[in-house]
Design a protein around this ligand. Structure first.
Ligand SMILES: C[N+](C)(C)CCCC[C@H](N)C(=O)O
Ligand SMILES: O=C(O)CCC(=O)C(=O)O
Length: 413
């Protein structure tokens, strides 16, 4: 794709040429190697193109070489202390691109990261999430802060034990990251968090019973947001064209499922819906046997580890890979957190890596003037935020809906 303004939009980089009006037999009538790149004159309209060498080096046509897989640390026999060491300090994350880059890379590689020295407030926790990307709102709200409730819309809002699971299995695009910050440890005991590396456990399942791995990779399971039907009508993934999703999703669905191609695990047996369309009675029986072995393996001491989340040290984890749960608890307990979309997480990581690479280029050092300016802008922004916070909230006068407004909500007493 030629990078000129006739072919690509100057600001957005989007294609401007109508691909389908190009002559299918178009030829290069003149090719010149220049310092800037490869200059070509095309047979159609004598259009001139310049392809910079750096661009060409990243766009080798018909290059069969598979894209390098991102390195991943799988977790077996996790000692809680070793898991706690997977951490990036709050200030490191918040105060520099390099620190944010380390944090994002840690989540990408290990599947999670603790963030010690986070102020134990919902505000600081929300800022931490927004440092990565905008928070992914769902039927549970955007940033949530919850305790156990009398009329819960989900068992998460109770004091019951929650078996290992991943969240939002019923979405076509389940939440990518999830953050939990415990602001109050259960006052009468319990409420420990459990975690398990489903990718490592799935590789083990494949070793011990490839048929069970295969059926969990092929049978599409219906799941739904059990408690939230009153909100929007129930979120249910078999309403989509897919008719539900298998437990294990792979990057190359047309070949026999294998853990090396595993990209996504959806596992939440409490939210699994009874409308699954089983291929046959026999396959249903095999699926249940496989699911039992899978849940036991995931919760075995080979894979499950436990941590008591403490105020000041939230954990963020890859919800496509790391299953989480909770032991039952008594008394009062408070957790806040939120979701980040997987696309936003990956895009932010790419952007930060590119920015750090650019900064590392010789001659990219910012002049002290530029640094002073950036510092000045940052201070002005902080000042503005401070002023905004100090403004008294404008309170709209209570205006009761009038009968003739046709509003169907009852008049507040
Ligand atoms: C995380 N937060 C407390 C907001 C909601 C939890 C909802 C969990 C639900 N079973 C699901 O998997 O979607
Ligand atoms: O309360 C907790 O620690 C976890 C709750 C949970 O698993 C969830 O919200 O999905």
């Amino acid at each position: 794709m030629h990078l000129c303004s006739n072919c690509l939009h100057t600001h957005t980089g989007q294609r401007q040429v109508n691909t389908f009006e190009l002559d299918p037999d178009i030829q290069a009538t003149d090719v010149n190697s220049t310092a800037e790149g490869l200059r070509i004159i095309w047979s159609q309209g004598q259009h001139q193109s310049l392809y910079p060498w750096e661009w060409l080096s990243k766009h080798i046509p018909f290059n069969a070489a598979p894209t390098a897989k991102h390195p991943r640390q799988d977790w077996y026999h996790v000692k809680p202390a070793s898991a706690q060491n997977v951490q990036t300090d709050y200030d490191t994350v918040m105060n520099s691109d390099a620190g944010l880059g380390v944090f994002l890379e840690q989540i990408r590689t290990t599947g999670f990261s603790f963030v010690p020295n986070t102020p134990a407030t919902p505000e600081a926790t929300e800022k931490l999430l927004q440092r990565i990307a905008f928070i992914r709102p769902t039927q549970y709200g955007a940033f949530w802060d919850f305790t156990s409730e009398v009329k819960p819309v989900d068992t998460a809002y109770t004091n019951l034990e929650l078996p290992l699971h991943t969240d939002t299995t019923y979405f076509n695009d389940p939440a990518g990251l999830q953050l939990f910050h415990c602001l109050q440890v259960a006052t009468e005991g319990g409420g420990q968090s459990t975690f398990s590396d489903t990718f490592a456990a799935a590789a083990q399942l494949y070793k011990i019973n490839p048929d069970y791995y295969n059926i969990l990779s092929s049978v599409r399971i219906a799941s739904h947001a059990s408690g939230s039907s009153s909100t929007f009508g129930s979120f249910m993934n078999n309403a989509s064209h897919a008719g539900g999703f298998p437990v294990f999703t792979h990057s190359v669905p047309h070949i026999r499922p294998h853990p090396k191609n595993l990209t996504h695990v959806r596992w939440n047996n409490d939210d699994r819906h009874s409308s699954t369309q089983w291929p046959s009675h026999e396959r249903m029986i095999v699926w249940y046997r496989a699911a039992k072995v899978w849940q036991e393996l995931l919760a075995s001491k080979e894979f499950q580890w436990q941590a008591q989340l403490q105020p000041g040290t939230p954990i963020i984890f890859d919800n496509w890979r790391i299953a989480h749960g909770r032991t039952a608890f008594d008394g009062q307990r408070r957790i806040c957190g939120g979701y980040i979309g997987m696309d936003e997480f990956l895009a932010r990581g790419r952007m930060i890596s590119a920015r750090l690479r650019a900064d590392a280029q010789p001659g990219s050092e910012k002049t002290s003037e530029e640094e002073k300016n950036e510092e000045k802008v940052k201070k002005e922004q902080e000042e503005e935020e401070k002023i905004e916070k100090e403004q008294p909230e404008t309170v709209e006068p209570d205006v009761l809906p009038q009968k003739d407004e046709g509003l169907d909500r009852p008049i507040a007493s």
